[in-house]
Design a protein around this ligand. Structure first.
Ligand code: DI6
Ligand code: FE
Length: 392
């Protein structure tokens, strides 16, 4: 007896490319029990999909969806010609959001972030990574992570959290002292189960590769998964070190990545997470080396990076579209970038494709083919979403 059978669907399991490869799917205990189950298999609930397309749930594997306030003023400066780095050095940037986040309670953070997360869910996102990084004190960082966990409890979506205390150095603080504080908070964050992974922003306006080593040595010893923001504005050799020395799950951004970095990623199986929304919003012109990722077999994922400073974009479909137009990804690469490869970027082996034993996270779409999602921009929503086999 199955809990649920979806029939009369165009099922694209993504197990081997994105073509349609089944017409029905069965669920038991929140997992996929069978692809194309027998026509007479008994089920508690049967859904006639009326020919709708059925795709794996999307995974937004890099977000800063929890924050307070906005940075519209910086956007105006940027439109008038200032660069992101100039704005950050002038006291804007990440630290501007920190002030708003520190004033907010967990409940306020949840309330402000909820509409962003709901917008992502409406586009078929069933797994969402959320980073801290705007508290920049142990207590405030933990509040951000608590807010992210609350969102995961209140919404029908799987939330995974990442501690990004090392996002930048708070105003008036010594970098080394602050980094020590970030590292010292790790055991408590682990004990309270607030974060699944640890991340760092390696950049001239944030931390360097040695800081990353100190953080990762401590985080690894405590069993955290590791990820890094690297090569967004410059190449500080962080990708080759993160991949080569720590085998991080993913390196994210990668506009300034070089072949030596790509080789290290290929050797460690590190996923390249591309964030075309940030590229677009800060009007970056240097593109990530997609051809090198392909040549060396580095898996590519795509994410919104939704945040108030460089990617105020609550649409995974929009950034997937950008990944094709700006970075030259094929529609298939974009789709695998928010499913199979995004799962890998988060260290999940139970989602991203539809196969027996995997989580029953999927969505029904009223569109002619998967590629249509990379063709029309705007106006597309998943018709029904299922999380662990339960309709959202
Ligand atoms: N890179 C980014 O694009 C965001 N964080 C990071 O490390 C920007 C965050 C912000 O400006 O608020
Ligand atoms: Fe980011």
């Amino acid at each position: 007896m199955y809990d649920l059978v979806i029939r009369n669907a165009r099922v694209h399991s993504f197990r081997d490319g994105i073509a349609q490869d089944a017409a029905a799917l069965a669920v038991r205990d929140g997992r996929i029990a069978a692809i194309d189950p027998p026509a007479d298999a008994p089920a508690r609930r049967v859904v006639d999909a009326a020919g709708r397309m059925l795709l794996p749930g999307f995974i937004d594997c890099h977000t800063h969806a929890v924050f307070a306030g906005n940075r519209m003023n910086e956007h105006a400066m940027k439109l008038a010609g200032a660069s992101y780095e100039e704005i950050a050095r002038a006291g804007g940037g990440i630290v501007a959001t920190v002030e708003a986040v520190r004033k907010a309670t967990v409940e306020e953070l949840v309330a402000e972030s909820l509409p962003r997360v709901q917008a992502l869910a409406a586009e078929g996102v069933t797994t969402l990574e959320i980073k801290s990084g705007y508290g920049l004190s142990a207590e405030s960082e933990m509040n951000m992570l608590r807010a992210a966990r609350v969102l995961g409890e209140r919404l029908p979506l799987s939330v995974t959290t990442t501690y990004l205390g090392a996002h930048t150095v708070p105003k008036g603080r010594d970098k080394n002292e602050y980094l020590r504080e970030v590292i010292d908070a790790l055991p408590r964050i682990r004990e309270e189960g607030l974060a699944d992974a640890v991340d760092i922003f390696v950049e001239r306006i944030a931390f360097d590769a040695d800081d990353m080593r100190a953080l990762f040595d401590a985080a690894k010893a405590l069993g955290f998964r590791l990820k890094a923001h690297t090569d967004q504005l410059s190449n500080m050799q962080a990708t080759r070190i993160a991949a080569g020395e720590y085998g991080v799950l993913s390196c994210d951004h990668l506009e300034y990545t070089q072949e030596a970095d790509v080789r290290a990623m290929a050797a460690s199986g590190t996923v390249a997470v591309l964030l075309p929304g940030a590229f677009y919003f800060i009007r970056e012109t240097k593109k990530p080396p997609v051809d090198l990722f392909r040549e060396h077999g580095v898996p590519i994922a795509i994410a919104t990076d939704i945040n108030p400073g460089t990617s105020p974009i609550a649409s995974l479909l929009a950034v997937m579209h950008m990944s094709c137009i700006f970075f030259g990804l094929t529609p298939e690469e974009a789709l695998l970038g928010v499913t199979r490869n995004a799962a890998r970027a988060l260290g999940f082996d139970d989602r991203g494709v539809l196969a027996p034993g995997m989580r029953a996270d999927f969505a029904l779409w009223d569109v002619p083919a998967p590629e249509f999602l990379l063709y029309q921009l705007g106006g597309l929503r998943a018709e029904k979403t299922f999380i662990e086999g339960i309709e959202a």
